[in-house]
Design a binder for this molecule. Structure first.
Ligand code: NAD
Length: 377
């Protein structure tokens, strides 16, 4: 029999209280990790993204490997153990994942469950002494992000977010151009990401997803805009617009999009003068990002896919070198190296929290007829 699960609210409350009083637990830091040792990763949630992208990526990683799973299905767990050649002792359920504390084979938990479950799973992993990568969005609210960051801090573990494009060569080029490249400072940013959802899935249930396409895919535009507007890179993880304004699209399918937005347009104002205008929807098709500066521009279309991004600039195609076959393998390896070397990821939990601050402000503006909302991260 599985022990009773605390409610999410009780769990978060308990975790932050416990954070104040309990002693620090197992903390594998740089000294425990010789450079040639591959770290062990456990995937928490074996749905589409874990199966289709992360598991294949973990066959390519050099600094870590898949060594366990946390799943609601023991049969699926055994199948993954056979396929990836790890011990069945490394199969956990969501209710038993606190026992990871006794398992030195697992260094990192990668949380890939629906958005509303991220806080519970990240906090459980942190209290089991494991470093954590959490899928985007980090949580559904800023206060949940705070609880997650606190749990990781208290337990001396590192937290990163699955922002795979931060490591993609064209986005590295975007960041290079933003920080004093040959085009000058980007002043106008535009783009959008949209696709059509016809099946009732957790992504269109507010309780599970926290919101609609803004939480799920609009977040990529927010990420790209912050990269392009951040001309110094000094506050990379907390660099944010100073204000936003937003308007929800009128619903063409109100019966389907009952409690989440069908689509939304928003504007971001940055301190350096850059302005961004973006759109996202679950009832349209779009995938592009463009940044314009006085002396040139860069455009990505498609901009946010797992591969085959098409990128042009006013000077032609940028020379970015070899494109790695898996964005996710690069992203996961970067975090594994951070853990081994005892340093913070450039894509930290703070960055995940920043994006939730921006998203909350966008929703607030949309709820208040497009009022300009100032942002304080
Ligand atoms: P999915 O529905 O395919 O998988 C979710 C998994 O969580 C399933 O294995 C499901 O069994 C499990 N689960 C556990 N408790 C559950 C519950 N109470 N209700 C429903 N499912 C439950 O979803 P997905 O597309 O794999 O997305 C998972 C996470 O990954 C989301 O946070 C999503 O935003 C993120 N994601 C990121 C990217 C990216 O490019 N970085 C791409 C896709 C998804």
């Amino acid at each position: 029999m599985t022990p009773p699960q605390p409610t999410r609210r009780a769990f978060l409350g308990k975790a932050s209280l416990a954070a104040a009083s309990l002693a620090l637990q197992h903390r594998p830091f740089a000294a425990d990790n010789p450079p040639d040792r591959k770290l062990g990763i456990a995937l928490c949630g074996l749905g589409n993204y874990a199966t289709g992208q992360l598991a294949p990526a973990l066959r390519r990683t050099r600094h870590c490997e898949l060594r366990g799973v946390i799943t609601g299905s023991p049969e699926k767990g055994r199948q993954w153990a056979r396929e990836f050649g790890f011990s069945e002792r490394n199969i956990y359920s969501y209710a038993t994942m606190s026992r990871l504390i006794d398992n030195p084979a697992i260094d990192i938990v990668y949380v890939v469950t629906p958005n509303s479950l991220h806080p519970e799973h990240v906090i459980a992993a942190a209290w089991a002494g494991k470093h954590v990568i959490c899928e985007k969005p980090l949580a559904n609210t800023v206060s949940e992000c705070n609880a997650m960051l606190a749990a990781c801090r208290t337990n001396g573990v590192r937290l990163s977010v699955g922002y795979r494009l931060q490591f993609e060569p064209h986005y590295r080029e975007l960041k290079r151009l933003a920080r004093g490249g040959e085009f000058g400072t980007f002043s106008r940013l535009t783009g959008g990401l949209a696709f059509t959802i016809n099946r009732r899935v957790w992504r269109v249930e507010k309780a599970m997803a926290g919101g609609g396409p803004l939480m799920d895919i609009g977040i990529y535009c927010i990420q790209a805009a912050c990269m392009a507007a951040d001309s110094t890179g000094a506050n990379h993880a907390t660099f944010a617009p100073v204000a936003v304004q937003a308007r929800e699209h009128p619903k063409k399918r109100p019966d389907f999009f009952r409690d989440v937005e069908e689509g939304i347009d928003w504007r971001m104002e940055f301190a350096g003068g850059a302005v961004g205008e973006f759109s996202t929807s679950y009832n349209a098709g779009m995938d592009r990002f463009r940044a314009e500066a006085p002396k040139g521009w860069i455009e990505l279309a498609p901009a946010f896919q797992y591969g085959d991004l098409r990128v042009t600039t006013s000077l032609g195609a940028p020379a970015v070198g070899e494109i790695p076959p898996s964005q996710q393998a690069v992203q996961i390896d970067d975090f594994a190296l951070c853990v081994k070397e005892g340093r913070e990821s450039s894509v930290s939990g703070e960055m995940g929290r920043r994006d939730m601050v921006i998203i909350e402000a966008i929703y607030k503006s949309a709820a208040e007829n497009g009022r300009r909302i100032e942002i304080k991260v």
